[in-house]
Design a protein around this ligand. Structure first.
Ligand code: CDP
Length: 231
């Protein structure tokens, strides 16, 4: 029997483990997982590939005009059982996680028209409930009525360390310093921008995972879901 599937919004600063938790939570609950950051990254990749970004400068007018040409879909990778982003018919998962995209994605994410397009699509994906979405404005803007809102935090050192190791594992050349600078820069832009900045909403539950491993973090979140569903 179909039980009441809720909407779960997960927000937080860069590289705090939001996507890992969202992915595992969705798998445990048999919900849909959407990484909204992947959508901002894919728009950024498109902008880079079409010269709407040159030397770190975003040509906002051209990008806004091109928004209708950007089609974003998620497709389940049968091996990892994780949704991957498809940009205009091509899998862009590998390319969106590179420093080239990370360097400018937060600038692109300040553009009102970009956010309007992506928020519209995110709401469509979540219209039936049974979704775990992670990002920066999920609890505040995309799903303000989400039944469960989590705000994830972790110490700066741990966030830098996790992202650095993740990039090395993927064979991407970088330094700890570069990762640190990028996270600091994105956190600053994301939390001070005019359009739906990253905030912790009053009704969000804070989960600091600095000292938690993946299983412990997942268990805590599942407990919160169970408390909600079984009232
Ligand atoms: O995984 P990581 O924490 O590095 O970032 P992400 O979730 O992939 O998001 C990349 C960037 O997209 C963020 O730094 C934000 O600038 C932007 N973003 C946003 O503005 N709103 C969202 N809902 C998700 C991401």
């Amino acid at each position: 029997m179909e039980t009441n599937k809720i909407t779960i919004a997960i927000d937080g600063y860069s590289s705090c483990g939001k996507s890992t938790l969202a992915k595992e939570l969705a798998r445990s609950l048999d919900y849909v997982f959407i990484d909204s950051g992947a959508m901002y990254r894919a728009v950024t990749l498109y902008a880079l590939n079409t010269n709407c970004i040159i030397k770190g400068e975003v040509d906002e007018k051209s990008l806004i005009e091109a928004l209708n040409d950007i089609d974003l879909q998620f497709e389940l990778n049968p091996r990892t059982k994780t949704p991957e982003i498809i940009l205009n018919g091509l899998n862009a998962e590998g390319q969106i996680r590179t420093p080239r995209v990370a360097e400018v994605v937060s600038k692109v994410a300040t553009i009102k028209e970009v956010r309007e397009k992506l928020v519209f699509e995110q709401r469509k994906m979540g219209s039936q409930g049974g979704i775990v979405m992670d990002g920066r404005d999920i609890g505040s803007v995309v799903f303000p009525n989400a039944e469960l809102k989590l705000f994830i935090t972790a110490s700066n050192e741990i966030r830098i360390d996790r992202r650095y190791k993740e990039l090395l594992r993927k064979g991407i050349e970088t330094t700890r310093e570069e990762v640190k600078n990028n996270l600091e820069q994105r956190d600053f832009i994301d939390s001070t921008r005019e359009e739906s900045p990253l905030i912790q909403t009053e009704d969000a539950i804070v989960l600091d995972n600095s000292e938690l491993n993946r299983e412990e973090q997942l268990a805590k979140a599942l407990q919160l879901v169970n408390d909600l569903i079984n009232v």
